[in-house]
Design a protein around this ligand. Structure first.
Ligand SMILES: Cc1cc2nc3c(=O)[nH]c(=O)nc-3n(C[C@H](O)[C@H](O)[C@H](O)COP(=O)(O)OP(=O)(O)OC[C@H]3O[C@@H](n4cnc5c(N)ncnc54)[C@H](O)[C@@H]3O)c2cc1C
Length: 493
């Protein structure tokens, strides 16, 4: 008999879970509060002809994403064209800039030019990062993390020391490189993991391999093409999608979830996977069935929120790459404002994505699609006046780099997005953008559990549980949660 399974939310984790559950022969229904799939990776178009991806823009670890499609007999190229960017990105310092080339060989030459011997050091760093990537992606990341015994295996024990779990990322990078610029460049990828490099285990140098060595890619048509492709895969397996449907409560009886209240109506299910933000999902349950208390969430280290601007620019912008990191100020000062003082930064760092440099479908001819992102503390007050103040700062730094004057007057479309929008759109705790930080104390078994401790047929998925934030981990998370339900079905007499 087919089980009737509900998936709450259609971000990458929900899309992934629904595809695997449907492939296993279940009747799957995905309920999404928005009118389109994708969650944090939604897309919108404007009257002027701009097409904005709302969230992710760095397409890293392409092999992990490809393996989702391979599980269903597809290839990415069946759905969209994936471009490898060259340069991958540019990092702007106060006096100079570094352009990161597509090929690792060229990156090695660049490192050597900046610091004698750094080319060889990069080779060593990447060799070790490749090892961590392979072990991490094959042996660590797919585990449900119910308990540490899952990690006891001869292979993991043998490789434990080489994984550098107990060294912090900053110390680790400093062992390889002296130049401050090279260190910042190597530290940048772990900022995605939502904490200072001082608090991230060196294991995550696997990110440097997944990015710098495997390349930075771009799906033509925008990142949203990946969302649409995954939805098509899930539908090809029989999953059903329901949009503009908000789950209002998870209803239980005799230690099991029995039904969901959706837009005021009650629907019965055999099991539920919630890909909505974990804290919010728990508020849909009576208190006695929640895995965690309010105090637990208050004590977590959340990854940052962000101030985002989606701008339509009425002319082309010279001297700007697809991805640019404006790191003219001190990284630690900005990080302190996020995790220490929890205030708006005095000297911010920010990031711009200008996909119209690669893709002429995302902006009208002769114009640019410009996305600005500045990481911020969660729970911050984000009124319009403050947002605008930081827009002015970011625009002036773009002007300095590109030589363009009066950029503000060239803006023909503008939309801002900040912490309070993450709360209202995604029910995100404190308006977090990227879930929980991957600190050592919030890794693997120490992350919020994928399984409800009291309700046997309720599971959680997404960036707040294992394996963590980011597009590839969220896709993997959906697969892990789906497998938990499939295992449960196999246990049944
Ligand atoms: C601005 C930004 C930039 C990013 N950049 C990158 C990047 O460059 N590369 C990268 O790899 N990662 C990036 N990330 C992270 C990545 O986008 C996320 O980790 C991933 O998309 C999370 O997917 P998810 O399925 O866990 O959650 P979500 O995408 O948030 O999906 C959860 C879904 O649940 C829905 N929902 C919530 N409550 C309910 C309810 N009660 N009823 C029904 N539906 C509900 C929401 O509407 C949402 O669609 C970025 C994230 C942001 C926000």
């Amino acid at each position: 008999m087919k089980n009737k399974i509900a998936v709450i939310g259609s971000g990458f984790s929900g899309l992934s879970a629904s595809a695997y559950l449907a492939k296993a022969g279940n009747e799957v229904h995905v309920f999404e509060k928005h009118e389109q799939p994708g969650g944090r990776a939604r897309q919108f178009s404007t009257q002027q002809g701009y097409v904005f991806d709302m969230g992710p823009s760095w397409y890293w670890m392409p092999d992990i994403i490809e393996s989702f499609f391979a599980d269903f007999g597809y290839k990415i190229s069946d759905f969209f064209e994936l471009i490898s960017l060259n340069p991958q990105f540019e990092m702007i310092f106060s006096q100079e800039k570094i352009s990161v080339p597509e090929s690792l060989g060229e990156l090695k030459i660049l490192f050597e030019q900046i610091e004698k011997g750094a080319g060889l050091q990069l080779e060593k760093f990447m060799r070790s990062a490749k090892f961590k990537y392979e072990v991490g992606m094959q042996d660590f990341v797919n585990k449900p993390c119910h308990n540490w015994s899952e990690f006891i295996s001869p292979k993991i024990t043998k490789s434990a020391l080489r994984l550098d779990l107990l060294t912090n990322f900053r110390t680790y990078v400093a062992k390889y490189f002296k130049s401050e610029k090279l260190r910042t460049l190597m530290e940048f990828p772990v900022i995605f993991l939502g904490a200072s490099p001082k608090h991230i285990p060196a294991l995550y140098s696997l990110m440097n391999y997944g990015g710098y060595a495997l390349g930075t890619h771009y799906p033509m048509g925008g990142f949203y093409q990946l969302v649409l492709a995954m939805k098509k895969v899930a539908e090809s397996q029989g999953a059903n999608f329901h949009f503009d449907k908000t789950v209002e409560s998870i209803n239980t009886d005799s230690g099991k979830v029995r039904s969901l209240t959706i837009n005021g109506n009650i629907y019965e299910f055999d099991a539920v996977i919630a890909s909505s933000d974990y804290h919010h999902t728990e508020t849909l349950l009576n208190k006695e069935y929640r895995n965690y208390s309010e105090a637990y969430w208050q004590n977590r280290t959340f990854a940052p929120s962000s101030l985002i601007y989606y701008l339509g620019i009425d002319q082309t912008i010279p001297n700007l790459q697809h991805h640019t990191l404006f790191f003219e100020n001190d990284l630690d000062e900005h990080i302190d404002s996020i995790y220490g003082e929890k205030k708006w930064p005095d000297k911010p760092l920010f990031y711009t994505c200008c996909p119209s440099k690669t893709d002429n479908t995302v902006a009208p001819h002769g114009k640019e699609n410009l996305f600005l992102l500045m990481p911020l503390a969660t729970g911050i007050n984000d009124g319009e006046f403050t947002r605008e103040k930081y827009l002015t700062e970011m625009l002036s730094r773009i002007e300095r780099l590109t030589g363009i004057t009066d950029l503000r007057s060239k803006i023909e479309y503008k939309r801002s997005y900040c912490a309070s929008d993450f709360v209202s759109d995604y029910n995100a705790y404190g308006g977090n953008a990227y879930g929980l930080a991957n600190t050592l104390g919030q890794t693997a078994v120490l992350k919020p559990k994928i399984r409800n401790k009291r309700l046997k047929n309720l599971f959680y998925t997404g960036q707040l549980t294992v394996p963590g934030p980011g597009v590839p981990p969220s896709i993997i998370s959906g697969k892990i949660a789906a497998n938990e339900i499939i295992k449960l079905q196999q246990e049944k007499p």
